[in-house]
Design a protein around this ligand. Structure first.
Ligand code: 5AD
Length: 352
């Protein structure tokens, strides 16, 4: 037996640890305790959600971005990225196709593409909700003003994904250009929660210059923010970014973080992400075995998939939506879970 069992038990009961205890969870990480925590995390997910896995249809609708995040393949200054944006008709068609597979959440994700004006984007949200009133709309379009977020909510958007990336101002500045700040990122997340969205935060595991102190701060920040969803995945380098030579995040550490998060937040919506499936072919299945309960199959049209490359080697870029969907349903079923057709809102949320 390793040394961490008392901390893992404490985490399960108290749902948090002190800063130094979070750090110890990493410095003293070992196979036996990891397996002990994994089993607890899986049991916790099953106790709350049974063997149901929620699916979210991901529509990567633009790869234009005004930002220049050092880790990201669609950063503004990557002139090798072939830029595209989908039309309203194309986006609505993705939703129709996804609806046919049983998907009841559509995630509109894109770079911070300022050519979509608030009114047009709100009109798109309204059209999706009109065509599919039983579906949730999730947005993932970055930092905007509170007024803009309010308009999105009024138009009918239900959820918003905005990873905080790292909670430490010092580390944040190593990953982003000076015009982006953790203060504004946190302001956005506060505003979004306050307005009434179900919010998703999160970070990359093993991002360049990340330390266990920084990771501990991420867990502490998440405890305080108490989001409805948490997206994490390993950092994976992209050849046309300044971080091209940086090592990728660790697969085992990512799974370990998922288990910690499941113990901290028994009911949080926790995806097994595409990045996790990219660093290991069975990564998403293992993610579920570590407490994840959400998977996000891509609904993006086949001809743009190879262009939405945040990192090298991204999986599922050569498939049609139908193939992606069938593949994921099979993967979920093979490990004894079932892909469910429901919105999958957080239990504590009602629209205000
Ligand atoms: N590796 C892994 N994840 C990345 N993201 C962006 N670039 C990378 C990368 N190189 C993640 C960020 C962002 C999300 C949409 O994708 O955390 O918030």
């Amino acid at each position: 037996m390793g040394t961490l069992r008392p901390l893992i038990d404490k985490l399960q009961v108290e749902r948090t640890l002190t800063h130094d205890e979070f750090v110890r969870m990493f410095t003293e990480r070992n196979p036996e305790d990891s397996e002990y925590m994994r089993a607890l995390a899986q049991e916790t997910a099953v106790a709350n959600y049974g063997h149901d896995i929620y699916l979210r249809g991901l529509i990567e609708f633009t790869n234009y971005c005004r930002n220049d995040c050092l880790y990201c393949g669609i950063r503004r200054s990557n002139d090798k990225a072939e830029r595209y944006r989908l039309t309203t008709e194309e986006i609505l068609e993705c939703c129709d196709i996804g609806y046919g597979f049983g998907l009841r959440t559509f995630v509109l994700q894109g770079g911070e593409d300022m050519t979509y004006k608030d009114d047009d984007f709100c009109e798109l949200i309204r059209q999706i909700k009109k065509q599919h009133p039983d579906c949730a709309v999730t947005l993932s379009v970055g930092e905007r003003s509170r007024e803009t977020y309010e308009k999105y909510y009024e138009a009918g958007a239900d959820r918003y994904l905005l990873r905080h990336e790292t909670s430490s101002p010092e580390h944040y500045a190593m990953l982003h250009p000076a015009e982006l700040t953790i203060e504004n990122r946190k302001r956005c997340l506060r505003d979004l929660k306050d307005i009434g969205f179900q919010i998703g935060a999160g970070f990359m595991v093993g991002s360049p210059y990340q330390t266990y102190d920084y990771l501990a701060e991420d867990f502490e920040y998440l405890r305080e923010l108490d989001p409805h969803m948490i997206g994490i995945g390993p950092f994976i380098h992209h050849k046309d970014t300044p971080f091209r030579d940086m090592p990728d995040g660790s697969y085992e550490e990512t799974l370990y973080c998922l288990a910690i998060l499941r113990l901290m937040f028994p009911r949080v919506l926790l995806p097994a992400t595409t990045a996790l499936g990219t660093i290991n072919p069975l990564g998403r299945e293992e993610g579920i075995r570590h407490g994840a309960n959400v998977i996000m199959p891509s609904l993006s049209p086949k001809d743009v998939r190879q262009k939405y490359l945040l990192y090298d080697g991204k999986i599922c870029t050569g498939e049609e939506a139908a193939e992606c969907h069938a593949c994921l349903e099979g993967r979920i079923a093979r490990i004894g879970y079932r892909a469910v057709s429901s919105r999958g809102d957080h239990a504590d949320w009602v629209r205000k």
